[in-house]
Design a protein around this ligand. Structure first.
Ligand SMILES: [Zn+2]
Ligand SMILES: [Zn+2]
Length: 782
């Protein structure tokens, strides 16, 4: 804190005064000094002020405040909040020589004493500001003995504090009636502004009230206050303390102020900061007041419309990608909506993410070289040891690209990619991104986590998406202005983050809200929606260069609603927010980073084109990382001239065959085509006279799941389904139970079998080429 003038210790000052005095006076002063030192050690000065914690926004304005421990509104001033006008008005009125006396003004005291004795009337004005502070800190009855005690405290204050600090103590403690103390609380509660912005009339008003705080209450005795105020303004006019025109204006200014509630902007945020930084009287956050108020208003209005669908809550988090600051924090759309648990903080609530983790999964797979945006993946029924993921609409699409899988938020491809990547690898990634459940229970999660089978918070998801906007770098939120940018962690490569942003920006997608297709006001953002199982959570999380915005809509009660989904329930609010807080953003779009390449790939597979790939498209890839395996969407097969039989190298005749290209479909895709009766080009049956047995294309038993224990209801005579994916040349398959023949069927047909006893079963499937696969299960009866 700056000091106005060099500070003398009281003893030095007294000694200085005493130089010209006779010896016994010097002796007397020495005794006084020693007495002071002794008393000072016995009764140390305690300035233990309990302030009302205030939460300030990035512009310094108070957005929220809490009562002090002794239930007062007593907000601590910041040194730069004392306006020169207020300071001058106050010093001129209370203590002209504040900066020049040692806490006690001997002339004023003598005058008051003389008045008391000679005229037998009380004269005020003898109290210096330091004396008033001593009285505010140690309230005592006004007796002569207590006056001495007060003097002692005054000397202590002057000893330990600079003049500016004493002035600040005064301004923090001075009473304004009721439970309002200090100039800051008075400015905020009466004038709804910072003391920094007080004009002359307001400043003078605040200097006159403390004289009679109980009878000069703003809002109750405004006329009396104005009379008092103007009396002092006239005094300042005589003293020429302020420019004449300013005083003229101030004299004419009406006083319409009355006591208002303390500000309650961003209540969830404020409460969180209050709990987190409990002992700080001023909690300076990065919240952007304008953005916060816009988001509050948009969400409130928006939820009025959803109310009629029995959807009552929403939460929004706005993170500035460049500063990592939280600019808006809306824990619920209406804090005061008690009926729908408005006090719950939806930003920290634990919810199911629906599909919102998929972009992170695919981007991680880009970085592992497993995929590129145009990679083709099968979307067909699959079974992972009994787990059979289904798409949202229950349909399957056969072959799809990663872009399509993401745009239409298909579940089956996501599970497939997670299976390829490994649940453990993905959980580790989410742990790095500070997902709290991953830390505690990550090893208990399975493939379903990518479809929402895990717990996340809106805060975690929004931060994760802001890594896409930051070239794949993750770093925690900067809550306070004093927080330095914390260490960033490269969660994804810049190339992968960019590739994902490009996919999430595409507009040909089904998760565009109704009527949005033709809207001229679509913000340029990358975004992803999500809907949790049971339609309990609607998510929409989007970003551009400047902001990442996370929107959650649902019911805190956990009640699902048939109409609830990310596209129609959350995305319109996301778009509204972007259009409002960053309309026509001048920041532009992400630049393509280094380490990204462009290559021609076959549209059938997404792999680098082969000589037979006619349908080529351009795709981004990560050189040195992305797989360079060439496309094999076709394979060359030797077939008889009449196309009835195919040959392998061991049975290839010397002549009478042709090389023909056939689609090289994955076995599960063939199963899907067969079951859906989708025609595809089949390879002719293998040469029946061939002696070679191809071990490498043996059937894959997809049901029952290997090694599983099946619990069956014996009385219901439950059956087990047998199914396999056979090679696409196979026409017939043969099922065996414990080496006993069961049935022959067309390849890919389902067979049912009823176990007669509990225990272990060997299940074998042999195809018409003689290739065999065994699997073992156990059966228990309930
Ligand atoms: Zn190809
Ligand atoms: Zn052969």
């Amino acid at each position: 804190m700056p000091t106005q003038k060099p500070k003398y210790k009281p003893s030095q000052r007294l000694l200085r005064y005493s130089k010209s005095l006779p010896g016994y006076t010097l002796y007397f002063v020495l005794v006084l000094c020693l007495t002071f030192i002794l008393l000072n050690s016995l009764y140390p000065l305690k300035v233990n002020i309990s302030y009302s914690p205030v939460i300030t926004a990035s512009d310094g304005s108070v957005i929220n405040a809490f009562l002090s421990r002794d239930d007062k509104w007593r907000m601590q001033l910041e040194p730069d909040e004392i306006s020169p006008v207020l300071k001058q008005a106050l010093l001129l009125k209370e203590d002209k020589y504040f900066y020049y006396h040692p806490g006690i003004n001997p002339f004023a005291i003598s005058r008051a004493f003389a008045n008391n004795i000679l005229q037998n009337k009380k004269t005020s004005g003898a109290s210096t500001i330091t004396m008033q502070v001593a009285r505010l800190l140690y309230p005592q009855q006004r007796t002569y003995a207590n006056k001495l005690y007060e003097m002692f405290r005054v000397l202590q204050l002057e000893w330990y504090y600079s003049k500016d600090e004493i002035l600040q103590l005064y301004l923090n403690l001075v009473p304004f009636g009721g439970n309002i103390e200090g100039v800051k609380a008075a400015s905020v509660l009466y004038f709804q502004q910072s003391p920094r912005q007080l004009n002359l009339a307001q400043a003078v008003t605040l200097t006159v009230i403390p004289n009679k705080p109980s009878s000069l209450r703003i809002g109750e005795q405004n006329e009396r206050i104005v009379a008092f105020r103007n009396k002092w303004l006239h005094y300042y006019q005589e003293q020429e303390a302020f420019p004449a025109s300013e005083i003229e204006d101030a004299l004419l200014e009406p006083l319409e102020a009355r006591r208002q509630e303390a500000p309650k902007v961003a209540p969830h945020f404020a409460y969180r900061m209050y709990r987190r930084y409990k002992n700080q009287p001023i909690i300076k956050t990065n919240l952007n007041r304008q953005v916060q108020e816009k988001v509050e208003q948009l969400a409130y209005n928006y939820m009025q419309r959803l109310r009629y669908q029995n959807i009552h809550n929403a939460a929004v988090l706005v993170i500035n990608n460049q500063t990592r600051a939280v600019e808006a924090y809306l824990g619920s759309a209406d804090f005061n909506d008690v009926a729908h648990h408005g006090q719950v903080d939806g930003i920290r609530a634990v919810r199911s993410p629906g599909s919102t983790l998929k972009p992170f999964l695919y981007a991680t797979a880009f970085d592992k070289g497993l995929l590129t945006p145009k990679s083709v993946i099968t979307d067909v029924p699959v079974d992972y040891a009994g787990y059979r993921p289904q798409n949202y609409f229950g349909n399957y699409n056969g072959n799809v690209t990663i872009e399509q899988a993401l745009a239409t938020s298909l579940n089956v491809p996501a599970v497939k990619v997670l299976d390829q990547l490994g649940v453990h690898t993905f959980v580790q990634k989410l742990k790095q991104a500070e997902f709290s459940q991953m830390k505690h229970m990550g090893n208990q999660l399975g493939l379903s986590l990518i479809l929402g089978g895990c717990d996340v918070k809106l805060e975690e998801l929004t931060l994760l998406y802001s890594a896409f906007a930051n070239q794949g770098r993750y770093s925690p939120i900067r809550w306070l202005q004093q927080d330095t940018t914390q260490e960033e962690m490269q969660l994804l490569s810049p190339a992968s983050a960019y590739m994902m942003s490009q996919i999430l920006t595409q507009l040909t997608r089904p998760d565009l809200p109704h009527n949005a297709h033709n809207s001229p006001n679509l913000p340029k953002i990358a975004w992803k929606t999500g809907t949790s199982y049971g339609r309990k959570d609607a998510w929409s999380i989007g970003y551009n260069k400047k902001y990442t915005v996370g929107v959650w809509v649902g019911n805190f009660s956990g009640e699902g609603v048939p109409e609830l989904n990310g596209t129609d329930s959350a995305t319109p609010l996301l778009f509204d927010i972007f259009n409002s807080i960053d309309y026509n953003s001048s920041d532009g779009w992400f630049q393509q980073p280094k380490g990204i390449g462009l290559r021609a790939v076959c549209a059938e597979s997404g792999n680098p084109a082969n000589s037979f790939c006619k349908n080529q498209v351009l795709d981004t890839f990560i050189p040195g990382i992305s797989s360079t395996q060439k496309c094999s969407h076709l394979k060359s097969i030797a077939v008889s001239e009449d196309h009835r039989y195919s040959y392998c190298t061991s049975c290839l005749p010397a002549s009478g065959f042709v090389q023909q290209l056939y689609p090289n479909h994955a076995p599960e895709l063939i199963t899907f085509y067969d079951s859906e009766k989708i025609p595809y080009q089949q390879i002719p049956a293998h040469n029946p006279t061939c002696s070679r047995i191809f071990k490498e294309h043996a059937p894959v038993i997809t049901s029952p799941a290997a090694g599983m224990e099946y619990l069956l209801e014996q009385e219901e005579r439950q059956q087990l389904m047998l199914h396999c994916n056979a090679h696409n040349e196979v026409k017939q398959i043969y099922w065996y139970i414990n080496d006993k023949f069961l049935r022959a069927t067309a390849s890919n047909e389902k067979v049912f079998f009823e176990p007669q006893r509990a225990g272990r079963y060997k299940i074998s499937c042999t195809d018409d080429q003689g290739r065999n696969t065994d699997t073992y299960i156990s059966v228990k009866f309930l």
